[in-house]
Structure formats: C-alpha cells, structure tokens
Design a binder for this molecule. Sequence first.
Ligand SMILES: Cc1ncc(COP(=O)(O)O)c(C=O)c1O
Length: 373
Amino acid sequence: MSLPLPSTYAPTALPPLPSGFAEGLKDVVLPDPLGFGKLMAPVMAIAHYRDGSWETPRLAELGPLDLAPHTQALHYGQAIFEGMKAYRNLGADGGPPLLFRPYEHARRFNRSALRLGMPEIDEQVFVRALEELVAVLEPFVPARRGQSLYLRPTMFGATADLSVVPSTEFCFVVLATPSDAFFTTPVSAWIERHYSRAGAGGTGCVKAAGNYAASFAAAAPLRENGFHQLLWLDAVEHRYLEEFTAMNVFVRRGDLLYTPPLSDTILAGITRDSLLALGPSLGLKMEERPVDIHELTDAIRAGEDVEVFGCGTGAVVAPVELIGDETGMRLPLPSQATALELRERLLDIQHGTTGAPDGWQHTVAPLTDGPQA
Ligand SMILES: Cc1ncc(COP(=O)(O)O)c(C=O)c1O
C-alpha cells in the first residue's frame, strides 16, 4: 500500500446561488428577539486568492467550507476580519438599506491584511461584495432602530501546509447575521491588571483573529464577578487605559471628552473616529490623550462629574455604570447622558434619519440584474 500523504489541497468551488433563491427569501419572518451573531442569514459572499490574484467575489448559499485539517489559518492564525452593519433606512423617504462608512472598513481590512502578510483586496470590490450580499439579504435587515444586519468580512490563509510560512492561497468570505442592538442597558467594566491585550509592534492595531482569542482566559474572572467588559491597560505600566476587547473607550469630565491616542496597540475604531467628529456638536471639547487609571478612579471617588463609555460597531455607544477589579474596587458611575446622546446621534445617521458627512451613509444599490453568479 502506498502511503496517503496529500501535500496539496484544493477547496471545492461552491456552486452559485440557484436561480430564484433570492426571490424565495422575500417572505422571511425574523424572530424576536434576534440576539447577536447567532442567527446566520442563508447567503454569503466568497472569493479565493490563488496564483497572485483574487477571483471576483460571488454569492453562495451559506454552508460549511471545505477545508483541509492542515489549513494554515487553523494552526498559525493567519486570519483577519471586519465588523460592520447594514441598517434599515428609517428616513422619511425610506429607501434601500444603508452601510455605515464601508470604505473606512475596507481600508482597515487592508491594513489588517498587510500586517498579517496577506493580500489586499480592492476597496471597490470589497464594498461591491457587501452591497450585493445586502441587496440579496434585504429581507434580513431588521426593521427596528438599533437593530441591523451585522456583516462579517473575514479573510484567512487557506494553504494546506504545516510549515510556518505565510499562506499563498486565501479565502475572503462575508457572512451576515440579523442582530439586535448589542447592549440595551449600561455595562460594567472590569479593569484587567495582569494580562495585556497588545504590545508595541504587535497586532493590537489591526483586527487579527488571534487578538480576540488571547482575551478569553482573561475574561474568566470578569464573568465570575458578574461584569460585562474587560477594560485593558497598557502592557508596559498597566496604568493607561487602552480599550475594551471590542470597543474603544471614552471618558467625559465636565465638558471635556477624551479618548486614548491611537498607537500600535489600539484599534482605530470607526465609531471612535465618528464620535470625535460628532462631539463638538454637543458642546464638548474633544481630546486624544493618555488616560491614567489612577487619575480616573480618583476623580470618580471624589464625586466629580465623570462618565465612561465604550464605542464600536457592535455596541454603537455603551455607557459604563460600574468600574471594578480583582481588588474588590467597585465604583458606580451614575452619569450616562453624554453616551446616550451620542448613541442617538449616531443611530440617527446610521438609520438615515439625519444628514451625515460624505461617505458615512452608503446606500446599497438594489439588485438590477440578479446576484452575480
Ligand atoms: C479591539 C477593538 N477596538 C475597537 C473596536 C471598535 O471599532 P469600530 O468602531 O470600527 O467597530 C473594535 C471593533 O471592531 C475592536 O475589535
């Protein structure tokens, strides 16, 4: 018997959507509640990169991917993703769903790709794939304010090879999941005193899949203590606020609203950038500056007018009502007005009920000649 030692592996091409498939989705009735990230829409966009170029993304029925067990991404984590949303247009004239700042997401996706030694994907192609997916899945864009069709573009090294070298083949997939608003009530923040999320020169400033896996063990004490979110400190002194696991952080003291400056350990959140732009319209002075945890907790203890909140695509804006840590520190934060107001301003823009800067409200063009095969 000859030994079966396959060295190459070609993922099977998925068939295009059967004709009439999109038509059949029109009558879908979405459950209530939807939750977040549990219910997957039945279509995905997919493209492979081989021989130095990307094929055009096309739509396929959601289904298992045909992967070898020695696929590179499973072992060495050459995998990145984006998180973005299509919102129901709730403006006076209605209209097709809206994507929020999709080109910013495309650019960040490419920054992540480059950092992990992966090929960039043309921004127009990236956005077009999302548009086609959302157009077919229009009935899955939920109707209520705050709900959305959450979109998950992802790319992973698809070469089947256990040597520690970058993949030469890649898979780009966009998944969609109709979702409720992430947090409907204020969250509690657990200050992480030991572990670090990211170090200088690492991958903290991009959306590398492994960044999130690295947070899971640290999150155990948080859950045991009934807290929601890990708030990370810098890896050198464990003194300066960095961000939450999947949100940037803002602090308001009086009329000053500030957030840590971007660095190679902090993700350049698109919501963060949007809030920096919107803050002044609320009469706030905006600053990007380091936030010392001692200074922050002292101010809260002194009864100053302090607010802390997280922001990100999933949560939009999440007010923090309690800060705690392993020493037993428990600091309630009664004030949440700024966070709630910013959240409403952003939702107005995302749902098209108010105007916005160029590129923030991207209308998904309806399908004209059916989904691309
Ligand atoms: C680590 C991290 N920070 C911040 C954010 C917020 O970024 P954005 O506002 O672009 O969703 C996210 C979510 O993508 C994240 O994963």
